[in-house]
Design a protein around this ligand. Structure first.
Ligand code: ASN
Length: 484
């Protein structure tokens, strides 16, 4: 039984060591720019039914990259995180309906302006609110790190409203639609587009604040060649009509959609048809979730067993090491750890960590600490007489551990392992915050496009339950092997 475990672990170890290798090998051969965009900001960036990204920004950047001959990866991340990643050096540039503001110009270099914008506020289409002073005492929904949130904060005292923050525009709008917040602040072109596409909000005042422009941005003083290429390409596509064609394509489409085709609306709101029409998106979300879970579980288990073994070692320093590591990583919220690794570390280490790798390191450290704690407990639960008997039979400490204590301890720990596997699967959903498009983020993106919150979240919940059931079956099978 013990042999079965060690054999499977060695196999899985080889497999998992190979996974990061494949990733880094893929990374090594590219001199590609990593460009971030917002996760959902129609008509500038949003996901199509087939899971691909589209929108004005997306088409502009792809067209310019092709024209100017640079390779790029477009990575959708919540606006605030993406903007920070450009400053930390994780990302080379951002194109995300980003307003050129004097504060931002201190830390970013912006391209030539490419789209006119400004801030408006919106309320639920059922709301009777007509002016800002009626927001006194009410909550206003804002998107973290945006120019519109800054504007709202600048008038907050005057109008006496409270604020709550969201990471993406869709969740923010939804908070107003369902009535948790009384209003939201957003950029005019984005708000108008969403309303035209059926979002149940209304813009009470035509007054536009902080009128300005969107620009493509890099960190100040960095990626000059990329910025030059963008500017050159932008001028060219504005001259030859490509830019106008791109803009018209989206704004034209939105009007067509708005004039209403109730038949297609009705068709797309059923759970089954939503599942079928968004299947490619769901599938890639599921695959990412499974990859994170499998690699995370394996590495966290290996790391946890090591920590557990150190926790009962003869050497005091090993015990202290295990205790400290478990204390730190069990104490840190998973999200803080993910941000620290993905956004914090690159600031000081001057390296880029791919989001998937950062996610795996996060899971390994966090889940590994929990695993370490119950593994240590499991070994401690084995009767001390067992170790003493083995030692008096001439086995060394490690031989006694490996042949006598571990096999008994592991049997005690199996239910805790199963539990931890399930927790790891669920925890992968937190990693959407660093831009990994796993199942939960996929759900968000599809809701952003379809506005069918109930149906889509029901589908996502069901998918998690199915995955957890399969994982439990698999774990029970391993458990039966271990007991055999
Ligand atoms: N328009 C926002 C800003 O400039 C960016 C965004 O929400 N994508 O702050």
């Amino acid at each position: 039984m013990f042999k079965f475990l060690t054999r499977s672990f060695s196999f899985l170890l080889i497999f998992t060591l190979f996974v990061p290798f494949v990733f880094s090998a893929a990374d090594a051969k590219k001199t590609t720019y990593n460009i971030t965009t917002d996760v959902t900001y129609p008509p500038f960036e949003f996901q199509k039914e087939n899971g691909q990204y589209t929108g004005i920004d997306v088409e502009i950047i792809h067209t310019i990259a092709k024209r100017e001959g640079f390779a790029m990866n477009l990575k959708p991340i919540s606006f605030n995180s993406g903007a920070q990643m450009v400053l930390s050096g994780q990302m080379d540039a951002i194109i995300a309906g980003m307003s050129i503001t004097p504060e931002r110009q201190k830390v970013y270099d912006f391209s030539r302006p490419y789209y006119r914008t400004g801030v408006v506020w919106a309320v639920s289409s059922k709301s009777k609110i007509k002016n800002l002073s009626q927001l006194r005492g009410q909550t206003v929904a804002l998107k973290t790190g945006t120019a519109s949130a800054d504007y709202a904060k600048s008038i907050q005292k005057k109008y006496g409203f409270k604020v709550s923050y969201f990471n993406d525009s869709n969740t923010m709008y939804n908070d107003v639609v369902v009535g948790n917040s009384a209003a939201t602040f957003e950029d005019l072109p984005v708000m108008q587009y969403a309303i035209k596409n059926g979002l149940e909000l209304r813009i009470p005042s035509s007054k536009v604040a902080n009128a300005g422009w969107y620009g493509f941005a890099v960190k100040k003083g960095k990626n000059r060649a990329l910025l030059r290429a963008f500017n050159k390409g932008l001028v060219a596509i504005q001259k030859d009509g490509t830019y106008d064609r791109i803009v018209k394509k989206y704004l034209g489409q939105s009007q067509k959609h708005y004039s209403g085709n109730s038949a297609s609306d009705a068709k797309s709101s059923g759970i089954w048809s939503l599942l079928v029409s968004n299947w490619p998106g769901f599938l890639s979300g599921i695959i990412k979730t499974i990859q994170l879970t499998v690699v995370g579980i394996i590495l966290a288990s290996i790391w946890g067993v090591l920590l557990g073994v150190c926790g009962v070692a003869e050497l005091k320093i090993l015990r202290a090491f295990s205790k400290t590591v478990i204390y730190i990583f069990r104490g840190l919220p998973l999200l803080v750890l993910a941000f620290f690794i993905y956004i914090g570390l690159p600031h000081v280490l001057d390296i880029k960590i791919p989001a998937f790798i950062a996610g795996i390191i996060t899971l390994t450290l966090n889940e590994g600490a929990y695993t370490g704690a119950f593994v240590r407990g499991g070994f401690e639960a084995v009767d001390k007489g067992q170790m003493e008997a083995a030692r008096s039979n001439g086995l060394t400490y490690w031989q006694s551990m490996y042949h006598i204590v571990m096999p008994q301890g592991i049997r005690i720990m199996v239910p805790s392992f199963v539990n931890q596997f399930i927790i790891t699967l669920k925890d992968t959903s937190i990693l959407q915050a660093i831009g990994i498009v796993e199942l939960t983020r996929t759900g968000n993106l599809i809701v952003a496009r379809t506005q069918q919150g109930f149906q889509i979240w029901a589908i996502v919940a069901l998918m998690y339950l199915v995955m957890i059931t399969l994982l439990t079956w698999l774990s029970n099978w391993v458990q039966s092997k271990v007991k055999a």
